[in-house]
Write a protein that binds this ligand. Structure first.
Ligand code: URA
Ligand code: SF4
Length: 186
């Protein structure tokens, strides 16, 4: 087994039995994330929803269907990207993750980034964007290629936003196309 595979497995097991914040009390399954060891790009969402909590897999509910559609339209293959989130356990009733939950969960995302070292990151929604650009407004920077050290970060709207505001859909489609274009150049 490859060392990186070993390390990721270990990390996933730690996440699945983690009790570092109160979200562990209400979750069914923690959702560490999934994807190849050498991903084209790493997508980072907010937190698992109901379906993800049931299945233990990221973006498998209604927001996931939108993400799948956006990827397919842009010619991107879900099997070649890694998908995870800022917190790995579902907040009750899908409320926003709290600062202390994000802080408690941060070491897991840090280790995933270290192990997978993607050159390109796509943040989905404001919580993931805030990890690198806490002062930015997603409405102003979505679809732009920002630099965070040697990593390129493209902030995207959260796919779930299209469920409440269908008007976002067009921007999301465009942004994903931009992402697909720059993938060829990183
Ligand atoms: N939203 C996320 O951020 N992640 C999921 O897995 C599902 C919805
Ligand atoms: Fe642990 Fe993160 Fe789940 Fe909190 S959200 S219990 S820190 S894995």
């Amino acid at each position: 087994m490859q060392p990186i595979e070993d390390e990721l497995k270990k990390l996933n097991q730690e996440v699945m039995s983690c009790i570092k914040c109160d979200l562990s009390l209400t979750r069914t399954h923690a959702v560490p994330g999934e994807g190849p060891f050498s991903p084209q790009v790493m997508f980072i969402g907010e937190a698992p929803g109901e379906k993800e909590d049931q299945l233990g897999r990221p973006f498998t509910g209604r927001a996931g269907a939108i993400l799948d559609d956006l990827l397919a339209r842009a010619g991107l293959d879900r099997d070649r990207v890694f998908i995870t989130s800022v917190v790995k356990c579902r907040p009750p009733k899908n409320r926003d993750p709290r600062p202390r939950e994000i802080a408690a969960c941060k070491p897991y995302l840090d280790r995933q980034l270290e192990l997978l070292h993607p050159r390109l990151i796509a943040t989905l929604g404001r919580f993931a964007m805030a990890r690198w650009f806490p002062g930015s407004k997603i409405s102003e920077v979505h679809g732009q290629v920002l630099e965070a050290g040697r990593i390129k970060v493209v902030p995207l709207f959260h796919p779930g936003a299209a469920l409440h505001q269908p008007g976002y859909r067009e921007a999301m489609i465009k942004d994903m196309e931009v992402l697909a274009e720059i993938l060829g150049s990183v």
